[in-house]
Write a protein that binds this ligand. Sequence first.
Ligand code: KG4
Ligand code: ZN
Length: 358
Amino acid sequence: MTKIFAIETSCDETAAAVVQDGRLVLSNVVSSQIELHQQYGGVFPEMASRQHILSVTPVIRQALENASVDWDDLDAIAVINGPGLAGSLLVGVNAAKGLALATGLPLVGVNHVEAHVYANWLLPPGEDEATFTPPSFPLVCLVVSGGHTDLILMREHDDYQLLGRTIDDAAGEAFDKVARLLGLGYPGGPIIERVAQEGNPTAFSLPRALRIGTYEFSFSGLKTAVLRLVQDLQREQGIEVQIHGTKLADATPENMAALPLADIAASFQAAVVDALVEKTALAAEEFHVAQVIMAGGVAANKLLRAEMSRRVGVPVRYPPIRFCTDNAAMVGAAGYYRFLGGRRSSLALDVIPNLRLV
Ligand code: KG4
Ligand code: ZN
């Protein structure tokens, strides 16, 4: 049995976990900073790193305690060293290096995108370990988060081929920007999903930007289309709105409440999901994969899950919601496979804010 201690501080969650054999989650502690950043409408990097400094030690202690393990029971320390916010990554990487030095345990640097992918290897809570089957290769993985929209072909562990990615905004970023534009708050994904439940997804026709013949995505045109739609709807109601950059100058709660927010949210969500599913289904067909897997915060979206399962011709799997958004259990899974493959990082491990997987 191999037990990995995992740390993740790449953005606005301080997280630590203990994972056995890359699949069994013995503990998974996540301290979210969402409330802290909500007042700014997005992640405020300096505040994030300061909060990580305050939270990292208690979160690490809690992860050890919840798993009922001591440092002697562990085999390695895995930590995210990129991509992410430099000041945030530094806190986790320095904590991991300090622990590796003090305990003598090997250190394994893990890529944040790869960690999201490996959330699919974790045993979902409540599922029986004996009947759990890990994902089968070859597979296509759609990584959709606040910072990434990558379509990746995986033929084996540690074998990634990038098929396409977004040429502008990430899918989660589009959710966050549109929610902000509609005055709905942060983070946008879960809020838009909730508001859209009451809406008609065909109420407004919004662009799909399918970029025919490529596996690339583009969401900035969709965001602008929502902006124009809101502006037109408000004008119809006699509200004069001005645009400052991508923001509406007059996004007061009263002005926003007059809009058909549920229909706009539902139409926007349908457009994002459509583009993501269309490309993934094409890739699954072209590369004759055994499975499609999804990863990252946007993979928590219920419409995306349902549409992907409906339109892709092979089995589709995705992690439970708590393993989709940032957490350290996924780092324990990815770290386990890197550790098995002999990968070790030295104490010179540095943060790489724009680290690429492929
Ligand atoms: O993976 P994640 O927690 O952090 C990054 O690595 O970026 O993803 C966060 C992103 C945010 O943009 C958030 O709005 C989006 O995932 N998200 C969702 C949902 N839950 C989180 N987007 C759509 N539907 C959701 N239910
Ligand atoms: Zn993430």
